[in-house]
Design a protein around this ligand. Structure first.
Ligand code: SF4
Length: 328
């Protein structure tokens, strides 16, 4: 018997794995990687080590973007299409991975009632139904409160040893972590980037402009960093805040039309995207000056697409108006 587990590296998915391992069943952990979550990092690797599981990273970016774009079950509070996102992961496993890994069923760390919108009874049922493989999904942490799955009916897993956790309290999970000797685990997060209000409002702008599409996926990363300005449809400025975001923004210089860096006076990295007019370009240079060490109060030289250019003292009032108008 072998099970495949949805594995985020968080406590719930880790406990779900542990509960199944306790029954002598081998588990392979699957970490789904989209543009908005997932991917190899120290926390995941460390947790996998504590659990003694192998992690497989499953890149499903393109199909996931489609779900973010058109979620049949709608979105949560922000841009998060949680119900369809979960259902997609299950469906993806059923269609591509069960046979590949010679596994019989799938487990996930979903907890009944933990998230009022996406983990209530109806939502869990809907995820199962949409996945097309409802009978193969086991949710070990709340299984006793749910319909028995095939794995339980057939006796592959002992339903009696599954759990009946319900609600938002984390107490049971923390006790179980102690019991299982899971010492280090991340504090529970609210979800992925798509559940973050600021990120979502930026992504919504891309959506309105028709840029929420796989072929523009670099923009999904750029809107994570620093300041974001929308100058018009498909015309954006990404402005770094500190060393890290300057570096991240500069990594995407290849897809921009304007790239500004400091030339003597330290300031933010700025990337212009789309067909920028001369005025847009001037605005970008003023922003550089405004957020540089000189704060717009003295002429500042900068490298614009590799050529040194200079901008004079900035009219603060006018610039603040423009910032207010364009910043997202
Ligand atoms: S929080 Fe993000 S990763 Fe989790 S189900 Fe919702 S959309 Fe998917």
């Amino acid at each position: 018997m072998r099970a495949l587990a949805l594995f985020s590296g968080g406590l719930d998915s880790s406990l779900a794995i542990k509960v199944i391992q306790q029954q002598g069943i081998e588990v392979i952990a699957l970490n789904f990687v989209s543009h908005f979550f997932g991917g190899k990092n120290d926390k995941i690797e460390k947790m996998a080590e504590q659990l003694g599981v192998k992690v497989e990273y499953i890149d499903f970016k393109a199909v996931h973007t489609e779900i973010v774009k058109n979620p049949p079950s709608g979105r949560g509070k922000n841009m998060n299409p949680c119900i369809d996102c979960h259902a997609l992961m299950f469906r993806y496993i059923a269609e591509n991975l069960l046979e590949k890994y010679d596994a019989q069923f799938i487990i996930s760390g979903e907890v009944l009632g933990q998230r009022p919108m996406s983990q209530n009874k109806n939502a869990l049922d809907r995820v199962k139904k949409l996945s097309g493989i409802e009978d193969l999904i086991v949710r070990p942490l709340s299984a006793k409160l749910l319909q028995p799955s095939k794995a339980e009916r057939e006796g592959w897993v002992d339903r009696e040893k599954l759990l009946d956790i319900n609600g938002r309290s984390r107490k049971r999970q923390m006790e179980l972590a102690e019991e299982y000797g899971i010492e280090e685990y991340p504090s529970p997060g609210g979800g992925c980037m798509l559940t973050e209000p600021n990120y979502s409002s930026r992504l919504r702008v891309l959506e309105e402009d028709g840029y929420l599409d796989e072929k523009y996926s670099d923009l999904f990363y750029l809107i994570r960093y620093g300041r974001f300005f929308r100058l018009g449809e498909g015309k954006y400025l990404f402005v770094g805040r500190e060393e890290e975001t300057n570096y991240k923004i500069s990594e995407y210089a290849g897809i921009g039309t304007v790239h500004i860096k400091g030339a003597g006076v330290p300031g933010p990295a700025i990337l212009g995207y789309g067909e920028l007019s001369d005025d847009d370009r001037k605005f970008a240079m003023e922003l550089f000056s405004r957020y540089s060490k000189e704060k717009g109060k003295a002429p500042v030289k900068m490298l614009v697409n590799g050529v040194i250019e200079e901008i004079g003292i900035v009219n603060e009032e006018e610039l603040n108006e423009k910032i207010k108008e364009y910043q997202i």
